[in-house]
Design a protein around this ligand. Structure first.
Ligand code: NI
Length: 130
């Protein structure tokens, strides 16, 4: 992990893969990750941690399966949202978008339980910046 400033625009320009987060910073035992996203992720759940999203560019939708039923939250650029631990969720981006996530180091992108992971989704704990 670098101890130099990281320009998010440069970091985003350094890779092209969708749904494949890069780690740009660490805070205590949390990672700050950025990802380019487009299309559907996969239904999954993090049993032991909340997951924070900040939309840097474009628009992110997150499907949520809550006790009261299923709903979708829409996050335009500049929005933040936290998926509570134990809540099944599926991010979706109708067009190319960029997001920042904040979650404990080692958190798997597809959670502890998930539907079958499609080829376009990277099951990872995050990659170092190139
Ligand atoms: Ni998640």
């Amino acid at each position: 992990m670098t101890h130099e400033p990281v320009c998010l625009a440069d970091a985003l320009a350094s890779f092209t893969e969708r749904w494949s987060p890069r780690i740009v910073a660490a805070v205590n035992d949390y990672d700050v990750r950025i990802a380019k996203v487009e299309g559907e992720h996969v239904w999954h759940v993090h049993e032991h941690t909340d997951e924070f999203f900040l939309v840097l560019d474009g628009e992110l939708h997150i499907g949520l399966r809550e006790p009261a039923g299923e709903r979708t939250v829409v996050l335009p650029r500049g929005s933040v949202f936290t998926v509570p631990r134990g809540t099944e969720h599926k991010p979706y981006a109708p067009a190319p978008a960029a997001i920042l996530m904040f979650e404990p180091t080692g958190t798997l992108t597809v959670g502890d339980r998930h539907d079958e992971v499609p080829d376009h989704v990277d099951a990872t704990t995050g990659h170092a910046l190139g």
